[in-house]
Design a protein around this ligand. Structure first.
Ligand SMILES: Nc1ncnc2c1ncn2[C@@H]1O[C@H](COP(=O)(O)OP(=O)(O)OP(=O)(O)O)[C@@H](O)[C@H]1O
Length: 369
């Protein structure tokens, strides 16, 4: 199965002309000025994005910010009010779903209960009237890819949630889409299966070089799986960036509020910790960019070279998050989150402990909005 040179004819309805194949120089997916309202309420607006061939993009954002509706609009399952969608340079804005060259995997599998795994996977090829021998070959290949060969004769109700989702993935892959859309495909699964399937999806996507748009509201999942993350908030894409940039350089208050557990401070509030008044409206400080010391000893190893003034504080709360201890420290009438590495229970600070707090000045994020 080769996605390097996608065969868009396979995704077309019987008798319909296929969209022409992607050309190397074009973006795999180009979204321009997309907008959608339900009644008079905007769901998303001014969506602009270029996604390269083989890129794995995650749409990340809180519940209700418009992620699923945007994905459904790209798939042709929801009509747009405005904007253009191009796949490999072809304008697909007004094409029906089956002619877009786009495959979709939903949160709740949507498998046919009366068909076996192989039957479910073969369905799209039957609709395209792909000849029986070719159909069997492609089904076998894709079922092997998702590691379900020995389950191919089973019905969906005989499978676990993770296996059902792999059938759904196989069903989307078998028609060799030019773009794969996945709407929270892991959120119905338990944590262990979720991690395993997440890695498997990424491996398959990489091996096929398949351009993928994946929706999640799970920050960790987005940071781990993606080439780039599109952070959505109230129907707009706030920031398009690599996981590292998104985490360490949020563009504004909303982005910082969603990523990590940033401490967001107005410039005057931050002044005592920074030792200067920031020119920006507010600053964001990650919990791991703040250092605690007790009686002159800094927790969590060597302090960084550029530290702000030491401010006196008191531990109000401490929570163990596995390898990290998250402290809530009262300092200068503020409550700050501070993370330290949990090297030993002996170094954990009890509530009420007096500490000094210092900010790593190289990690201060100035936010204009
Ligand atoms: N068919 C519809 N008719 C009216 N409003 C809708 C419809 N579908 C979605 N909405 C509304 O549009 C907004 C965005 O919904 P959407 O499902 O796209 O968000 P989401 O970011 O995917 O959320 P979640 O992560 O909870 O799935 C929500 O306020 C939702 O109530």
């Amino acid at each position: 199965m080769s996605h390097a040179a996608p065969n868009s004819a396979l995704t077309s309805a019987p008798g319909s002309a296929p969209a022409s194949p992607a050309t190397g120089g074009e973006n795999a997916l180009h979204l321009s000025g997309l907008a959608k309202c339900f009644d008079t309420t905007p769901v998303f607006q001014e969506i602009e994005a270029d996604i390269a061939h083989g890129e794995f993009i995650t749409l990340l954002g809180p519940s209700g910010c418009g992620k699923s509706t945007l994905l459904r609009a790209i798939a042709g399952l929801t009509l747009l009010d405005q904007g253009r969608i191009r796949v490999g340079g072809d304008d697909i804005t007004y094409l029906p779903p089956q002619r877009r060259g786009v495959g979709m995997v939903f949160q709740h599998y949507a498998l046919f209960p009366n068909m076996t795994v192989a039957g479910n996977v073969a369905f799209g090829l039957r609709m395209q009237r792909v000849e029986a021998g070719e159909r069997a070959r492609r089904v076998e290949e894709v079922v092997r890819l998702v590691e379900l060969t020995d389950q191919a004769h089973k019905f969906p109700q005989q499978l676990s949630g993770g296996q059902r989702q792999r059938v759904a993935l196989a069903r989307a892959l078998v028609v060799e889409p030019r773009v794969l859309l996945m709407d929270e495909p892991l959120s119905a699964l338990d944590a262990r299966i979720r991690r395993h399937l997440r890695d498997q999806i990424r491996e398959i996507q990489r091996s096929l070089g398949l351009t993928t748009l994946f929706v999640t509201h799970d920050q960790e999942e987005a940071l781990l799986i993606s080439d780039r993350v599109f952070l959505m908030h109230q129907g707009r894409i706030l920031q398009q960036a690599s996981a590292e940039t998104l985490y360490s350089r949020p563009v504004d208050k909303a982005a910082a509020g969603f990523m990590g557990h940033y401490n967001l401070l107005e410039a005057p509030q931050a002044e005592p910790l920074l030792g200067y008044r920031s020119g920006a409206a507010r600053v964001a400080l990650r919990p791991e960019a703040l250092y605690l010391s007790v009686e002159g000893r800094t927790l969590g190893g060597d302090p960084p070279p550029h530290m702000g003034p030491a401010r006196p504080g008191v531990v109000r709360r401490q929570r163990l998050l596995g390898n990290i201890v998250r402290y809530e420290i009262e300092v200068d009438s503020l409550s700050l989150s501070v993370d330290t590495l949990n090297r030993s229970v002996r170094t954990q600070l009890a509530e009420g402990t007096r500490v000094a707090v210092q900010a790593d000045l190289d990690e201060v994020q100035e936010l204009c909005a």
